[in-house]
Design a protein around this ligand. Structure first.
Ligand code: PRX
Length: 654
């Protein structure tokens, strides 16, 4: 196995859960975990059907797993289920209607508490409004919303009537919306006039309008009034949310759909310029998200949970909407930025709502460290009992700070490894059972058969770097890439027969903990968000001045990775600071602000092999400021590297 996925980091600090925590936990010791894990991977059907029993099925399944058409899995075939009924009606029927489902905090400071009964009524009304506009089972609906309770209502209303939602993160651009509309052939959009972010209004409706100038398949646009900003309403197509639900019945029976009925499509970056529409279905996805939520956060009925993700990402789907709600959890939802009006906003919210389980991203933790401890120290965070992280490897310093400053040294940290594709958390400590070490996601969840393989498919020994795989199917696995089953097979199942390839490099340590080293493909992780270098490159070359570009990541102390774009201009175009700015903005318009390159390096030529392939490896070394490693004998033009090193230093320092 090549050196680039070898990690030499050694971490010896081990933190066992306290006896007091373990005594009350769902899983109480490592021995109990080991026994459960062994049993669950030896007989996954038994384990997963036991988990599925915790949901409400209108009709029970005939078979747990049908893997005869691998890698196209069918879970709980024959079963009938409604995701929205599981997240709402069931809890109201169980007498929990008056329990708060969402404590919502708007960025400007407005607040709402919404009970399960209210959320159910809102969902039913909106589901009826969707139906009244002709939206039916199987139709695709694009959701582009701020972090308001109506975002969850929109998702659950689609689920209720069997429409397939495709949520697009509010930070993505009009072009991204258009691409996703085209690929999913959506016929309706649910959006808002705007959303609050750092004191300003994100013009969501205007972005939708621009996307719809280039895509004609949308018949209805539902617009929630949130910011009261001026918007254009197109007659016959655009309708106000409040008008559509006015006087509408809050009775909308939850029909049972096949367990394999598509629940949603969520687009994510891969190694080509075209995002992949990851398709998740209903029964298995709910089984995976509901069971992981319960065990990994050690969820109990009196917890107050808060996940700071946006519903536009998989974390928001699985651990704001479906996982917590299927468990009937009370949660906090916050609309805005962590630093508005100041860096203490989160801790104020934790104190106000006595949050007990808190789930965030390493990039946020690093930003808090930078902002200073005084923002944290003003607040009483003693309600916290479990902390989680997700999205990227967490550096041990950030982990220790999180444990000490936020967790007061008493809260177990669950570092959760998973992906848009896996649907639910795959590798993570169980907080009452697993001794944790800063920087490792520790062990596979129950029922998950994770391993690290070398190029020949043999299992790697401890401290040997290899490719992270999952050897057995699991219920919340992606079912396909929407409209591209061939790419699905090739990307995830092409390397090892019948085994899921995650695309991450990893190793285990002597204690059997999994350490994730990072992506093996050309996918960047910027602030915990996935970004394909090919996507940024194709955005750059769509600009009239650009002949060619190569995009790589460089290490960044807050964002994890920063985006560096090497750009070769067309003949006769002058490299100027204005052009550099224009190119950054162009990427913002094509994809979204998160994809804007941090540095644009104008390069007369890019380093290529004699066969014309760009040698990204060299570019990565250049931007990391490290020695050029490995073989450069295939490089066509040796001078180009020195030139690029010099150029990069100029831009980087400048
Ligand atoms: O590289 C891994 C990294 O994020 C990738 C998945 O990105 P996405 O589909 O956007 O989902 C993010 C939220 C689940 C993975 O392939 N990643 C995610 N969690 C971790 C991680 N890397 C290390 N440690 C983690 N806990």
């Amino acid at each position: 196995m090549s050196n680039n996925i070898e990690s030499l980091q050694t971490e010896n600090r081990v933190f066992a859960p306290s006896a007091e925590f373990s005594a009350k936990a769902h899983v109480k010791s490592l021995e109990e975990y080991d026994a459960l894990h062994k049993r669950s991977v030896e007989d996954p059907d038994a384990w997963w059907s036991e988990q599925a029993e915790n949901l409400f099925w209108q009709k029970k399944w005939d078979t747990v797993l049908d893997w005869s058409d691998a890698p196209f899995a069918k879970w709980f075939d024959g079963g009938k289920i409604n995701a929205s009924e599981n997240c709402l009606d069931r809890h109201v029927r169980d007498g929990k209607g008056d329990q708060v489902a969402i404590h919502w905090v708007g960025e400007p400071g407005d607040k709402r508490d919404i009970t399960f009964s209210e959320l159910l009524a809102d969902t039913c009304r909106f589901a009826n409004a969707l139906k009244a506009r002709g939206i039916k089972e199987g139709d695709r609906v694009l959701i582009y919303m701020p972090m308001v309770p109506e975002a969850a209502v929109a998702m659950l209303a689609c689920a209720r009537i069997g429409a397939v939602h495709s949520v697009v993160f509010g930070g993505f651009s009009a072009t991204s919306i258009k691409d996703r509309l085209e690929d999913s052939e959506a016929t309706a959009v649910i959006t808002a006039d705007g959303g609050w972010r750092r004191g300003g209004v994100v013009p969501l409706k205007a972005n939708v309008d621009e996307a719809l100038d280039a895509y004609e398949g949308v018949e209805t646009v539902f617009v929630l009034k949130r910011c009261d900003n001026e918007v254009t309403m197109t007659e016959g197509r655009d309708v106000w949310w409040h008008d559509e639900v006015d006087g509408v019945s809050d009775d909308c029976p939850a029909e049972g759909f096949d367990a394999e009925h598509p629940l949603f499509i969520l687009y994510t970056s891969g190694s080509t310029g075209k995002p992949k529409g990851i398709l998740h279905t209903t029964g298995g996805y709910l089984t995976g998200t509901a069971s992981t939520f319960k065990y990994i956060f050690d969820y109990k009925a009196d917890d107050v949970y808060w996940c700071t993700a946006d519903v536009g990402w998989i974390t928001g789907h699985s651990y704001i909407v479906y996982g917590p709600m299927a468990n009937g959890a009370t949660q906090v939802m916050y609309e805005g930025a962590p630093n508005f009006p100041d860096w203490d906003r989160f801790w104020q919210i934790v104190q106000d709502y006595k949050v007990s389980i808190f789930y965030t991203a390493p990039t946020a933790i690093r930003a808090f460290i930078k902002a200073g401890d005084h923002h944290v120290e003003k607040y009483d965070l003693s309600s916290l009992r479990v902390l989680g992280t997700v999205g990227e490897p967490i550096n041990p310093e950030a982990w220790m700070w999180y444990r000490d400053k936020i967790g007061g040294g008493r809260c177990p940290i669950v570092d959760t490894w998973w992906q848009t594709e896996t649907g639910c958390i795959m590798i993570s400590p169980l907080p009452g059972a697993t001794p944790t070490k800063p920087g490792t996601a520790t062990r596979p969840f129950l029922g998950i058969d994770a391993a690290i393989l070398d190029e020949s498919g043999n299992e790697c020994g401890p401290n040997e770097g290899g490719k992270l795989v999952i050897r057995k199917p699991w219920p919340s696995m992606l079912r396909t890439i929407y409209k591209d089953p061939a790419r699905f097979k090739e990307t995830y199942w092409g390397e090892y027969e019948g085994i899921y390839l995650a695309g991450d490099g990893a190793r285990t340590d002597d204690d059997g903990n999994f350490w994730i080293v990072g992506r093996l493909d050309d996918v960047l992780n910027v602030s915990g968000h996935r970004l394909g270098t090919a996507e940024v490159e194709s955005a750059l070359v769509s600009h009239a001045a650009v002949a060619e570009s190569a995009v790589v990541g460089r290490p960044h102390d807050v964002k994890g990775q920063a985006v560096v774009a090497f750009v070769t201009l067309k003949e006769g175009v002058e490299p100027t600071d204005e052009l550099s700015k224009e190119l950054r903005n162009h990427v913002g318009t094509e994809i979204g602000a998160i994809a804007k390159p941090d540095e644009v390096v104008f390069a007369p030529r890019l380093p290529k092999t004699r066969s014309g392939k760009i040698m990204r490896r060299l570019l990565k070394d250049i931007v990391a400021g490290s020695e050029l490693k490995g073989d450069t004998t295939t490089l066509e033009d040796h001078e180009v590297v020195a030139q690029l090193q010099e150029q990069f230093q100029k831009v980087f320092k400048g």
